[in-house]
Design a protein. Structure first.
Length: 225
């Protein structure tokens, strides 16, 4: 069962008040490894032989290493819920109770690995552009290996991007073809290109739609094909 953080039990939203490691258990020392799980959740982890600690929403929780056919697997409880942290290289799968966090990627991982945290895997068809509904099947986006490409309504475009703490950082190298279209269609495309510039906040909603929000508050919604 895969749900987003908003679907986790309410207890998780107040982890700062939930019991964590006991006073007799000194927190692990050493440099932490940070994992970003989707745009909204960040985990701080520390590892020692046979044990790891997870800092989440103000609580520190200790998990024990468990048998695994591949990668490093740890189990225990977070806020009283059975928890599994399965680390494979720069990625991790985290289950708390019956819920699974969005795909977790080590902070600083390559753009290709980071893009796998919910953006890659098919075409995103734009269904709402700052309150306007584009003509069906005319505007889309596709993310792959640090590149974004698609149709802006009139012209095809492509460029480079990277992910940074819940934002898509769009590089200045974005290029497009230069075909002219009818007035309203061209106006929508110009609006799209203005929105897709600089730092754009992103999140994947519980219903699976992708929401992008520009610095001026303009919002775009897309649905994966």
């Amino acid at each position: 069962m895969r749900v987003w953080i908003s679907g986790l039990p309410l207890l998780l939203l107040g982890l700062g008040t939930a019991p964590s490691i006991s006073a007799a258990e000194a927190p692990l020392t050493g440099a932490p490894t940070l994992f970003q799980c989707g745009p909204d959740v960040r985990l701080e982890t520390r590892f020692a032989p046979d044990v790891m600690e997870v800092t989440l929403r103000g609580g520190i929780f200790r998990l024990q290493q468990a048998m695994s056919a591949s990668g490093a697997r740890y189990t225990g409880t977070i806020a009283g819920l059975p928890t599994e942290f399965w680390n494979k290289g720069q990625e991790a799968t985290v289950r708390i109770g019956q819920a699974e966090l969005p795909h977790c990627v080590e902070v600083g991982a390559s753009p290709a690995a980071a893009a796998a945290a919910g953006l890659e895997g098919g075409r995103w068809r734009i269904i709402d552009l700052a309150g306007q509904q584009p003509a069906p099947d005319t505007m889309d986006m596709q993310f792959e290996d640090g590149r974004i490409a698609g149709r802006g309504g009139c012209n095809r475009y492509s460029g480079a991007y990277r992910l940074e703490e819940g934002r898509i950082m769009l590089e200045d190298s974005m290029i497009s073809t230069r075909m002219a279209c009818l007035g309203p269609q061209m106006e929508q495309e110009n609006l799209f290109f203005r929105l897709m510039r600089g730092a754009v906040a992103y999140r994947i909603l519980p219903d699976g739609q992708l929401e992008l929000t520009a610095a001026d508050g303009s919002r775009l919604l897309a649905r994966r094909d």
